[in-house]
Design a protein around this ligand. Sequence first.
Ligand code: ADP
Ligand code: MG
Length: 258
Amino acid sequence: MSDTSVMLLKTNLKRLRLPTISAEFQALGREAAAANEGYERYLLRLTELEVAARQTNALKARIKQAGFPVHKDFDTYDFSAMPSLNKQKVLELARGEWIDQKFNCVLSGEPGTGKTHLAIAIGLAMCREGRRVRFFTAANLVTRLEEAQKQYQLDRLLTQLDKTDLLICDELGYLSFSRTGAELLFQVFADRYERASLLVTSNLPFSEWNQVFQGERMTAALLDRLTHHCHIFQMNGESYRFRESRKNPKKRTAPSKA
Ligand code: ADP
Ligand code: MG
């Protein structure tokens, strides 16, 4: 093919937004000619590359959009360290049927038991399933909601949250909120009831959630909705961090002399 034809083809592929085909058609063309491959087979291979690249990019974008604080997956979670946890049931969550059913999930237990780890692993699995996920710590989400309200942007933020298939709210219970903050978080949770899934992790048992939401009535109303269709996992046991640091005492960092 002449240089002009190559240029024209590249321009067309750019217009059609087919960057992978544009990058690969010449090399693949040479391979096809050497292997005496037919035109249709060549076209199939080229389009397969474009489709694969798009899927990879879309997944990357979904993971970025989710805002996970770190990368954690099931393969690095040692289920034997948490024998009371039903591994099968946790792995079932990774298949995502509960998201279609608009179910919720609560991971509850003491610090260091892997709640955040599993919340991220589940979130990642949902991204791979093509679903939209957002990860926030409870404190972060409340701050975002309060800021948005101050700047008259609350509707916008609520619409964004509404578009997610799974909203992860990590570390509920470490900090209590202002009355407004608690009400805003309540609104987000209540809005999702039977419409979209929520995954909450908390170090507090349900009986103590009123410390966060300030008031028995709001807490009762919230728990009623949250737990109606919900997979609840109790993660009680020794902190994994503590266990690891005891195993490797040399790795333990000395307390700073501040
Ligand atoms: P939590 O959110 O319950 O406080 P994290 O998920 O933050 O606990 O876990 C603390 C650290 O220990 C993280 O680095 C996490 O990856 C690790 N961890 C916790 N439990 C396990 C486990 N069962 N297997 C492997 N790593 C674990
Ligand atoms: Mg955590």
